[in-house]
Design a protein around this ligand. Sequence first.
Ligand SMILES: [Zn+2]
Ligand SMILES: [Zn+2]
Length: 252
Amino acid sequence: MKESIYTIPLSEAYDTTDECPFCHLERQVEQRTIRYTIGPGASYMEPEVRAATDKEGFCGAHFKKMYDYGNSLGNALIMQTYFVALFEEMTREMDGFQMPGKRGLFSKKSDTEESSLVKWARQKQGSCYICNKIEYNMERYAETFFMLIRDKDFRAKVEGSKGLCMRHFLRLMEVAPNKVPNDQREWFYTTIFRLMRENMARVKGDLDWFVDKFDYRNASADWKNSRDAVSRTMQKLQGIYPADPPYKSEPR
Ligand SMILES: [Zn+2]
Ligand SMILES: [Zn+2]
């Protein structure tokens, strides 16, 4: 089997008891990327990295994580040069802007068409250097998954796992038609569907018991596996770790 830098982390993610091994991988990639972007290696001082962040920008969720990570000066420097290009582009868009005609019965079609300014602003808002890096890596992990399931031991790990969250279930289902090996087609769909059914039902059961525990008659009953049912259910539904503390730079 062809080994790649994705093989071992993927296999190790399946050694954890995570509700979704792909969430586990994604968190790893995200933290590594945040650390690379704003961390002690100061990659943001390298011209080609800065050119990329100037071009791609950051989404709100990742700005928040960069802020939490720490390194205000690094964040300021990254935003300072991003701002220069943004300002130039914005000025160009506003200078070339065609004000829409007054709304009325005889509005021209062109008046309701989306302006280049709106398209530009939307593109800016929707683009993120860190999201792009995560997306690139998660695509490779999904492809690697379909390579690894040719291996009997890996298939056994998958069979013993807790399935996937809905977000990563979607990802595998999207990629599967083009990537699943013919002789594992049957195994793949049967196994993943079984895992999804069983584990969604298990998490729902934990959630139900969490709610029932608030009934005074159950006050002294055991929590069983329900203490963290809310965060695990949120993970199953959206592939997030709401209970994680902010990822921060190590104190020096
Ligand atoms: Zn997931
Ligand atoms: Zn992002």
